[in-house]
Design a binder for this molecule. Structure first.
Ligand code: ADP
Ligand code: MG
Length: 761
C-alpha cells in the first residue's frame, strides 16, 4: 500500500457495507479516495431557488418549503396509494419567508401540491411543519400546478443543516453531485457526509508542496475536502475548488514535465549540418528568401538536430506560413548526416500532394527511384535524395518497392499516411519524424513511428490549427513549441464574406457568375460541400468529422452535396464550358489523385469537393473558394479551408454561403471567420463555442473529459503557474523522491485510461 493508506482504503471500512455497495453499483467507486474526490458538479445558491408563486410549468425547479399538510389515500383503479403533500414557502411567522431566507416581500407566499405514488418515505418523513428541499419538474394536474414524485431532502434532519438558523441556512450552498437516475445527488451527499465523519482527514496526503500551498494561501487538504463537500458559505467551496483545481493542474503538468525530462534524457543520434550537403545546395536554389520566422525556427531545429538528445518540438504555424519548407530543410540536414526522414500526413491526398511538391521543390536535388534490375543503384545519386511515397492505396508492387527502399536506406525521405505505421515498414536509419497537421494524429502513432528507429529519432510535429497557449501547455505539454505567425511576403490577403441566402435568395446566381469571372481571368475555383451525395451523412470518415458543426437543424435541410452540386453546375448557364470535377473521400484513390492532379495542372477550373482539401492542399492559381452550407463547418475548419486560396500572390476570396436566417446561433461562427484572418484569435473563439471534450480529443476516447475542475481556456493562469511549478519541482527532483505524494498522485492520474489521454495528445 502507498503513502495514502486512507485514500486506498475500501469504502466499506468507512461507510459500511450497504452504502459501499450502493456507491460501487451506481458510481463505480470503491475506495475512500474515489468517493472523496467525487466533487459536486455545482452548487445551488439561494438565488437559484424558486418562490412557489413563480414556479414555471414544465421546468425543473428547486424550492425550500414547509409541509402544511399530508394525507395518503389508496388508488381506486390500481393497487397502491398516493400521498398528497401541500407545501408552502410561507414560514408561518410574520415577515420572514422560508425560501432560502430570500427576501420575497411583495410576493404572495404560495402553496403547491406535491404528489407521491407509493411514497412511503414521503409519507413517513414529510410531516406537517417539517422543512424540506424539493426538486422536480412542475406539471399541471386538475387545473393547478404541482410536483409529482420530486426528489426531496429533509432540511431539519440533514446533518449539514441541522441546528442552523434560517439565515445561516439561507447562505448555505447546496452541493449538486453528478447523479444517476437511481442515485440522487442528495443520497450521494448523505453518504459523503458519513464519509467525512468517519475518514481520518488529518492523515490525507497533500500532493501540493508546502511552499506552493503557502504562496497560494491554499486551504489545508483536510479542510478543503470538508468544504468542497459541505460548504457553509459560497466562499468555502470556492476556496476548496481553487485548491483542487490547482492540484489537478500541478499533477498533470508534473506528469508532462516528467515525460519531457525522460524524453530529453534519451540518447538520440546527433545529425549535425554539413558544409556542402543537400541543405546548402537547396538553400542556394530556393526561389524566395525565408521569412524571419522560418529562418529563426530553422536555426532552432538545426541546433536541436545536432544534439544527441532527441528533439521533441511542436511547430505551430498559421495556414500558409510555410511550414513545409521548414520541415524539408530539417529533413535535408538529417539526410546530409546519413539518416532518413519520414513525413507523416493525415490523408492520402495530402501525402500525395507533399510528395509531388517536395520533389518539385527539390528539383535536381531529388533523385528518382532506380530500377533495381539495372544494377546501377550503388554510387548513383551523388548530391540528391530519393523521395519515396508510401500509402495504403498503392499497388502491392509499388508498396513493396517503397518498403524495400525505406528498409535499405535507398529512400532518404519517405512520405506517407498511416501506412507508414504498419508493422512491416522498417527503416534503415530513421533520424527524424515529421508529423504534419497534428490534430489528426495521436501520440501513440508518433510512438509507433519512433519505435521504428533503433535510437529515439528527432520529432517535429506541425499543426496548422493555431492552438491557444493553454491547450498547447496541456495537450502538447510534452513538446517544446515554436510558432510561425508571419506569412511569406507577397501573400495576398483573403477577403471573406458571409452570403446569406435566406435574406438574399438571388445571390445564388451571383455566386456562379462570380466564379465564371474568376475562371475567365485565368484562375481556379474551389466549391466545398458538407456532403458527398444526397443519401449520406457527410464525408466524415473518422477523424474528419467536425462534431461542433453537427447542429440541430441538419435533418430538416437539404444540404449541398458534391454529386448534386456537380450536376447542378453542369447545367448552370454562367458556367457553360467551364471544366469542373468532383473530389471526395469515397472515390477510388486513383480517381482522387487524378482529380487533384488535373486541378493542380489547371486542366480543371472548378473543383467541387468535400473537406478533403481542408489541409495542406496548395494550388497557387486558385483564387475563389465557395463554401456551401458553411454553417455546417467549425471555425477552425473554415479557416483551414479558406487558407487554400490566395496562395500565389493573387488576392483570395472566400464566400461562406448559408441558408440560415441572420441571427441564427450558427451564423455567429461565420461572422467570426469573416471578421478576422488571425488564426489564433479564431481558435480562441472556436474553443469558446466548443465543448471541452472536443478540445482534448475526448470525443475519440469515449466522450468523457478527463479534466475534472480545470477548464483549459478559463484557467489559463492556473495552468501556467502549475506548469512553472512543475518544471521547477521536476527540474530539481526528477524522480520526485522529495515529493512522494505528488509522485503518487501522478501515478494515480496515469492509470491506464488517463495515460491514454496523455498519450493521445
Ligand atoms: P503551410 O504552413 O500552410 O503548410 P506551406 O508550407 O504549404 O504552408 O506553404 C505555403 C506556400 O508558401 C507554398 O507554396 C510555399 O512554397 C510558399 N512559401 C513558403 N515559404 C515561403 C517564403 N519564404 N516566401 C514565399 N513563399 C513561400
Ligand atoms: Mg502544410
Amino acid at each position: 500500500m502507498g503513502m495514502s493508506a486512507e485514500l486506498d482504503l475500501g469504502l466499506e471500512r468507512r461507510i459500511g457495507k450497504r452504502s459501499a455497495a450502493v456507491i460501487e453499483k451506481h458510481l463505480g467507486l470503491t475506495t475512500v479516495g474515489g468517493l472523496l474526490n467525487y466533487f459536486p458538479r455545482r452548487y445551488l445558491n439561494r438565488g437559484e431557488l424558486t418562490p412557489i408563486s413563480d414556479v414555471p410549468l414544465d421546468e425543473e425547479v428547486t424550492l425550500i418549503a414547509r409541509v402544511v399538510s399530508s394525507s395518503t389515500r389508496s388508488m381506486r383503479a390500481r393497487r397502491g396509494n398516493i400521498t398528497d403533500v401541500v407545501i408552502s414557502d410561507d414560514d408561518g411567522k410574520s415577515g420572514l419567508r422560508l425560501v432560502g431566507g430570500r427576501d420575497y416581500r411583495g410576493k404572495v407566499p404560495g402553496t403547491l401540491k406535491v404528489s407521491f405514488f407509493n411514497g412511503y418515505r414521503a409519507k413517513a418523513e414529510l410531516l406537517q411543519g417539517r422543512r424540506a428541499l424539493f426538486s422536480g419538474k412542475v406539471t399541471r394536474f386538475g387545473g393547478s400546478l404541482g410536483l409529482t414524485n420530486p426528489d426531496f431532502l429533509l432540511l431539519d434532519e440533514d446533518p449539514f443543516t441541522q441546528g442552523k438558523d434560517p439565515e445561516q441556512l439561507a447562505a448555505m450552498p447546496i452541493p449538486v453531485y453528478p447523479a444517476t437516475a437511481k442515485l440522487t445527488s442528495w443520497s450521494i451527499q448523505k453518504v459523503i457526509s458519513t464519509l467525512l465523519e468517519t475518514v481520518d482527514l488529518g492523515t490525507l496526503p497533500d500532493p501540493i508542496p508546502g511552499a506552493v500551498s503557502a504562496r497560494e494561501k491554499f486551504l489545508p487538504v483536510a479542510e478543503a475536502y470538508r468544504l468542497i463537500h459541505a460548504p457553509q458559505v459560497p466562499a468555502d467551496w470556492q476556496h476548496a475548488r481553487d485548491r483542487f483545481r490547482y492540484q489537478e493542474a500541478l499533477v498533470l503538468q508534473s506528469a508532462l514535465a516528467r515525460r519531457r525530462a525522460q524524453l530529453a534524457a534519451e540518447e538520440a543520434t546527433a545529425r549535425r549540418p554539413v558544409a556542402d550537403g543537400l541543405l546548402a545546395a537547396f538553400d542556394k536554389q530556393l526561389p524566395f528568401t525565408l521569412t524571419a520566422g522560418q529562418a529563426a525556427v530553422g536555426k532552432t531545429l538545426s541546433e536541436e538536430l545536432g544534439q544527441d538528445a532527441p528533439m521533441n518540438r511542436l511547430l505551430q504555424g498559421e495556414v500558409g506560413s510555410g511550414k513545409t519548407i521548414v520541415a524539408l530543410r530539417a529533413m535535408l540536414q538529417v539526410v546530409d548526416a546519413g539518416g532518413q526522414a519520414a513525413l507523416l500526413a493525415p490523408t492520402e491526398v495530402l501525402a500525395a500532394q507533399h510528395f509531388e511538391s517536395i520533389r518539385r521543390t527539390l528539383g535536381s536535388l531529388s533523385r528518382d527511384p532506380m530500377l533495381s534490375g539495372d544494377g546501377l543503384l550503388a554510387g548513383l545519386g551523388g548530391n540528391a535524395v530519393q523521395v519515396t511515397l508510401l500509402t495504403g492505396s498503392m499497388s502491392t508492387g509499388a508498396r513493396k518497392q517503397a518498403m524495400l527502399d525505406a528498409a535499405s536506406g535507398t529512400a532518404g525521405i519517405v512520405i506517407g499516411t498511416h501506412a507508414l505505421l504498419s508493422e512491416n515498414v522498417s527503416f534503415y536509419d530513421l533520424g527524424l519524424i515529421v508529423v504534419d497537421e497534428q490534430h489528426r494524429f495521436g501520440v501513440e502513432q508518433r510512438d509507433v513511428l519512433r519505435s521504428k528507429a533503433s535510437r529515439p529519432p528527432h520529432l517535429l510535429v506541425m499543426t496548422a490549427t493555431p492552438i491557444p497557449r493553454t491547450v498547447a501547455m496541456t495537450v502538447f505539454g510534452d513538446l517544446e513549441t515554436s510558432v510561425l505567425n508571419e506569412l511569406p511576403v507577397g501573400r495576398a490577403p483573403i477577403s471573406t464574406h458571409v452570403v446569406g441566402l435566406a435574406e438574399n435568395p438571388g445571390w445564388v446566381s451571383r455566386i456562379w457568375s462570380r466564379s465564371r469571372e474568376e475562371v475567365d481571368a485565368g484562375h481556379q475555383v474551389y466549391v466545398v460541400c458538407p456532403r458527398i451525395g444526397t443519401d449520406d451523412d457527410g464525408d466524415f470518415s473518422p477523424g474528419e468529422a467536425e462534431p461542433a458543426a453537427a447542429d440541430l437543424d441538419g435533418a430538416a435541410r437539404e444540404l449541398a452535396s458534391v454529386t448534386a452540386v456537380v450536376e447542378h453546375l453542369q447545367q448552370e448557364p454562367s458556367l457553360a464550358g467551364v471544366t469542373l470535377a468532383p473530389l471526395h473521400g469515397r472515390q477510388e484513390p486513383a480517381v482522387k489523385s487524378a482529380a487533384m492532379a488535373d486541378f493542380t495542372a489547371n486542366r480543371t477550373k472548378l473543383l467541387v469537393s468535400t473537406t478533403v482539401i481542408e489541409v495542406g492542399v496548395d494550388v497557387h492559381n486558385a483564387t475563389l473558394m465557395v463554401i456551401l452550407d458553411a454553417d455546417r463547418f467549425g471555425i477552425s475548419q473554415l479557416h483551414q479551408l479558406r487558407g487554400r486560396v490566395g496562395r500565389g500572390g493573387l488576392p483570395g476570396t472566400c464566400l461562406l454561403v448559408t441558408t440560415l436566417e441572420p441571427g441564427h446561433p450558427s451564423r455567429r461562427r461565420l461572422d467570426a471567420v469573416a471578421a478576422t484572418t488571425d488564426g489564433f484569435e479564431l481558435s480562441q473563439e472556436d474553443l469558446k463555442l466548443r465543448r471541452e471534450g472536443d478540445i482534448l480529443g475526448a470525443s475519440q476516447s469515449g466522450g468523457r473529459s478527463t479534466l475534472k475542475l480545470l477548464r483549459v481556456l478559463e484557467h489559463e493562469d492556473v495552468i501556467a503557474r502549475a506548469r512553472e511549478d512543475a518544471q521547477d519541482i521536476v527540474g530539481r527532483d526528477p524522480s520526485l523522491v522529495r515529493h512522494p505524494w505528488l509522485a503518487e498522485a501522478i501515478d494515480e492520474y496515469l492509470n491506464p485510461e488517463k495515460e491514454a489521454f496523455l498519450e493521445r495528445g
